[in-house]
Design a protein around this ligand. Structure first.
Ligand SMILES: *Cc1c(COP(=O)(O)O)cnc(C)c1O
Length: 448
């Protein structure tokens, strides 16, 4: 089975040809089909004798791949799109062909060294000390959970005897924070946002003090968001840090989408206070031009994370020799070297290219906001802080928003899904793809 036969050699050419074609051209948007529909076309693909590589590849490229929306299409603006650089996508092929193990220094030293340099770039942008470090995990959800579990472990030492833990975050915090609280069985102290939609330091302080005054619980982490996924709002990071640290509480920043903006000078000051955090996350698969799935999780003091997350087993003991084992910094053991495509792209293109690409997407977002304001049927929700442009369509019901969205995909013009704000339906463009031009925005606005 493992022989590199003539059939495999031919398949390699087919795989490379498909990959090259996919990378070179704007893909069609495509769209989902039902399982019944797909079964009717491809049947059961798993058989005792196998279909052979070429036939299976054709099934994928001609049917299955086309039942997947192309998240890197320039007019895919829903949720948070994906925009891997050519360097990153190509290097993902190398990672896929290399059977690299990213859990330990012993097995993956060269790869871990490279991943750590990419983490260092992010950590330096945030202004954390040289001793900071972390790991690439699957996504922001696991990144947040791993950081918060570390924060609670730290709090157990600082506040012995506490039975009930809590975390404090804004009502606009990402859903993954509520998931983490559920997994950890901790309470949530919810902090209201002000008219500017930001969570402010004074309000965090008041909410935590009220909680401590009325329960036996203890807050073990304050989570600020920079920025929110729906609207790109950045909390008051300086105030959040002070509210946390005045009370000896861990300060975590969820920057899964927005912290990528650290490398864009035009918005850098929005992130002031990030240098005070005890941990942060940012997803290179969102706005840093890396393929799925990669979340950078960085700790100010990685020793606390290692003490929290290291798994101990007789067969693993030989790994714990003072070297840097990425497995030890999050909830995971085996891991692919998921930070490597990001590292390769960063190393090959240079960080200036990242700054330029980021500023390009920000400019398209600003220009899109102007077009929305000029559009007779639309109302801009707020000036974008980052690259999310949110607006409403005058007079439309929720059902009309959904109908429009369905039709846009059906017509293969674009993919934009309705969201909501304050209970009212809205539309939002999340612009993270440097291939998205203002002409793409105009094409979508013309349908509104
Ligand atoms: C996307 C996002 C997450 C979750 O990240 P995943 O990689 O999807 O798990 C968490 N927080 C914020 C602010 C996000 O935008």
């Amino acid at each position: 089975m493992h022989k590199f036969t003539a059939e495999i050699e031919a398949l390699a050419q087919e795989v490379l040809a498909y990959s090259l074609d996919r990378l070179k051209n704007d893909p069609p948007l495509d769209g989902p089909r039902s399982a019944a529909d797909l079964f009717a076309e491809v049947g059961n693909t798993i058989s005792a004798k196998g279909l052979g590589g070429s036939k299976t590849l054709a099934l994928f490229t001609e049917v299955l791949a086309q039942a997947c929306i192309s998240t890197d299409h320039p007019r895919y603006l829903a949720y948070i799109p994906s925009a891997p650089s050519e360097y990153a996508s190509l290097f993902d092929l190398v990672v896929g062909a290399s059977a690299l193990y990213g859990g330990s220094w012993q097995e993956g030293a060269g790869a871990v060294f490279a991943e750590n340099q990419a983490l260092r770039w992010l950590s330096d942008l945030a202004g954390l000390p040289e001793s900071a470090g972390g790991v690439f995990v699957q996504g922001g959800t696991i990144g947040n959970l791993s950081a918060l579990v570390t924060a609670r472990e730290d709090a157990r030492k600082k506040f012995p005897g506490i039975k009930q833990w809590a975390i404090a975050c804004s009502e606009e915090a990402h859903s993954s924070i509520a998931t983490a609280a559920q997994v950890m069985d901790v309470e949530i102290v919810t902090v209201a946002v002000r008219d500017d939609l930001r969570m402010h330091g004074d309000d965090i302080a008041a909410a935590i003090d009220a909680y401590h005054a009325t329960s036996d619980g203890q807050v073990c982490a304050v989570i600020a968001t920079s920025g929110t996924t729906n609207l790109g709002v950045i909390d008051d990071l300086v105030g959040a840090a002070k509210a946390a640290h005045d009370r000896n509480i861990w300060f975590h920043v969820d920057g899964a989408y927005g912290l990528a903006g650290l490398c864009a000078p035009s918005i850098r000051e929005n992130f002031n206070g990030i240098e005070l955090c005890d941990s942060f996350i940012v997803d290179p698969h969102k706005w840093l031009f890396a393929p799925y799935d990669a979340c950078a999780l960085v700790y100010r003091d990685p020793d606390i994370a290692r003490a929290t997350h290291t798994q101990h087993a007789s067969y693993l003991d030989s790994l714990h020799d003072g070297t840097w084992n990425p497995s030890d910094y999050a909830i995971q053991l085996t891991r692919r070297t998921r930070g490597l495509p990001f590292w390769f792209s960063l190393a090959a293109a240079g960080t200036d290219a990242y700054t330029d690409a980021m500023e390009e997407t920000l400019q398209v977002a600003r220009d899109a906001a102007v077009l929305v304001k000029e559009h007779p049927n639309l109302e801009l929700l707020r000036e974008p802080d980052l690259s999310i442009v949110a607006f409403t369509r005058k007079g439309w019901s929720k059902a009309q928003y959904q109908q429009w969205s369905n039709q846009l995909l059906e017509d293969q013009i674009g993919f934009v899904t309705p969201s909501s704000h304050d209970g009212e339906p809205i539309l939002r463009f999340a612009i993270v793809n440097p291939w998205t031009t203002i002409a793409d925005i105009k094409a979508i606005l013309a349908t509104l």
